[in-house]
Ligand binder design. Structure first.
Ligand code: GYE
Length: 325
């Protein structure tokens, strides 16, 4: 007889019951804790720090044994981590892929080892969708649309003016950078007065955001009317560059960004950031729940989308006390 995971579990349970009733104590059969291997992108932003904390806290609360590996923004480190989780025979692998492509081989190895894979936060680009069970995270294209829609509304205040936009992109090849760019571009295409004049990666970090904004300011100076940053950290770095160039962020240059971290709310309250589109990093509890379902063989949806809002500067002070990250 072929022993599937379920029959083994069924037998273990039956045995457990027998032992329990014989011994008259439920302590005789304690369930084995679920073991999860998690490969995190890195620690590049406030968002990521909150995401890591959410996953670690949820694992602790849920009694999940978490093997956590930080990839320092390098795909090769993630591949190594996943291979080591396979070698350790964890029950489930979860990871947030730094970039979209290049995952086929390692995910095939996980599949061959019969270890289910859950994607969190970022998507992968694989032709064989059976290489992962589900993807939990935000709709990044929609976030780009939301940022663009806010700007279209704002542009109505100055209908005759051309708005020159500089864009700070996230990590090259990452799902949020690709999708946030696409969603924003699709949205602003309806108004020819909105033009992206420069676009470059700032790798989702404050330091890089500042550095690239300095270069934009050097090249374009006062021609820049709007900054669209793919995350709050780059926007915060860029705000410093704008101030150092003697301009007023939020006034001389409209600043639009994504994530909704506390730092962004502080910048909005200070009048330096105009809007942040929310992207929730609090994925831990949902991830643990789904992991349990997957390991128990329950069907789960292929895509689980996080619900989020938009916070313009006008509501920042009121919303700030409610922010959890
Ligand atoms: O927006 C950024 C982080 O993948 C959604 O990664 C995440 C992004 C987030 O570094 O701040």
């Amino acid at each position: 007889m072929k022993l599937t995971r379920r029959t083994v579990l069924g037998r273990a349970l039956a045995l457990g019951f027998a032992v329990c009733s014989m011994a008259g104590s439920s302590a005789a059969f304690a369930a084995k804790p679920l073991v999860m291997g998690f490969s995190q992108v890195g620690a590049e932003s406030e968002w990521r720090t909150a995401n890591t904390a959410s996953i670690k806290d949820a694992a602790k609360k849920d009694g999940v044994t978490l093997k956590f590996a930080d990839a320092q923004q390098k795909q090769e480190n993630q591949v190594k981590a996943i291979r080591s989780f396979i070698a350790q025979k964890v029950d489930v692998i979860a990871f947030s892929p730094v970039v979209e492509s290049g995952w086929d081989t390692v995910l095939q190895e996980a599949k061959a080892a019969k270890i289910p894979v859950i994607l969190t936060d970022r998507a992968v680009n694989v032709t064989d969708k059976s290489l992962y069970v589900t993807f939990i995270g935000s709709d990044f294209v929609e976030e780009g649309h939301r940022a663009g829609r806010w700007l279209l509304e704002r542009a109505k205040k100055t209908p005759d003016a051309t708005l020159n936009i500089v864009e700070l992109q996230g990590t090259v090849g990452s799902a949020p950078a690709i999708d946030r760019k696409a969603g924003f571009e699709q949205e602003i295409a309806s108004n020819p007065k909105l033009k992206i004049i420069r676009s470059q990666t700032g790798d989702f970090t404050r330091a890089k955001g500042k550095e690239v904004m300095e270069a934009f300011l050097k090249a374009e100076g006062k021609k820049i009317n709007v900054l669209y940053a793919h995350n709050d950290d780059m926007a915060i770095g860029a705000i410093q560059a704008i101030e150092e160039a003697g301009l007023k962020p939020g006034t001389d240059i409209i600043v639009v960004s994504i994530d909704g971290v506390k730092g962004a709310f502080e910048a909005m309250i200070a009048g330096k950031l105009n809007v942040t589109v929310e992207c929730s990093p609090l994925l831990g509890p949902q991830l643990m729940q789904i992991a349990r379902d997957v390991v128990a063989g329950k069907p789960v949806p292929k895509r689980i989308t996080t619900e989020e809002g938009v916070f313009p500067a006008e509501v920042a002070a009121k919303e700030f006390p409610n922010r959890k990250y």
